[in-house]
Design a protein around this ligand. Structure first.
Ligand code: 5RP
Length: 261
């Protein structure tokens, strides 16, 4: 039951649960990647199985695709969907303008393509993800394996001229081997501490040969749903310029965790 979860997992769960209210029958929905997005996929699966919700889901990673199928969500590709009504995803950081750092799970390339191909992007998060200025979380940059060390050097040289506090970079590892994304690429994590001009940095990074995509999401997110461990939920909608609060009742959370799926 959700009430037996840690406070941080309860926060992720209630944010995900709230986000399902925005998903209506007939929608094509981008499904994010990560632990918070996994709660969303489970909650949507419950609505598909128990409440007759009919949606088509476009996953942003092989992990999410597998989970979505397991919980009963119809999975289609982005090319089949062409355009989406809504994408719901987690984040590693968000600021007051709802700009994001994503890619902690290594899926920001597909996540950015899918979110950009959506009428609306909603981010679900726990309160630890809110920052004044982006950059404490290392910025993921997906690079092709060919010449990745040269690309790394070019990135480091570029960072010298940027408004950032740190300039070191590291190749993301998976045990003893380089991490490989779903697209067969590597990830460089940029330890910047503080990003003064995220829009400029995003544009400049994507000009470097070998860089496929960086994890800055600028002007893509429309609303953030923040869940708290005590069940409180806040919806911060940047277009409406309002934050609406509500509270989730854990006693009323249905049979999400007792279902056979
Ligand atoms: C994956 C992501 C995730 O959304 C981000 O890492 C947040 O993950 P979590 O919900 O597990 O904290 O960008 O590429």
């Amino acid at each position: 039951m959700p009430s037996e979860l840690s406070p941080i997992d309860k926060a992720k769960f209630v944010a995900a649960k709230k986000a399902t209210e925005y998903v209506k029958t007939g929608m094509k929905v981008g499904l994010g990647t990560g632990s918070t997005a996994a709660w969303l996929v489970q909650c949507l699966g419950e609505k598909v199985r128990n409440e007759g919700l009919r949606i088509k889901g476009v996953p942003t990673s092989s992990r999410t695709a597998q989970l979505a199928r397991e919980v009963g969500i119809e999975v289609i590709s982005l090319d089949e969907a062409k355009w989406l009504d809504l994408t719901i995803d987690g984040t590693d950081e968000y600021d007051g303008d709802l700009n994001l750092i994503k890619g902690g799970g290594g899926a920001h390339l597909q996540e950015k393509i899918v979110a950009t191909a959506s009428d609306q992007m909603i981010v679900i998060a726990d309160p630890t993800k809110r920052v004044e200025t982006l950059g404490a979380f290392p910025l993921p940059v997906e690079v092709i394996p060919f010449g990745w060390q040269t690309t790394k050097t070019l990135i480091e040289e570029t960072l010298i001229g940027m408004d950032v506090l740190g300039q070191t970079t590291s190749l993301r590892m998976n045990g003893d081997a380089a991490f490989i994304t779903d697209e067969g690429n590597h990830i460089l994590d940029l330890h910047l501490n503080r990003i003064g001009n995220a829009r400029q940095l995003s544009l400049v990074l994507n000009q470097i040969p070998g860089v496929v995509e960086n994890g800055l999401f600028i002007d893509i997110c429309d609303a953030v749903i923040i869940g708290y461990g005590d069940g409180r939920v806040e919806v911060n909608d940047i277009n409406k310029g309002e934050t609406v609060s509500s509270k989730f009742d854990f006693m009323d959370s249905g049979n999400l965790f007792s279902d056979d799926i």
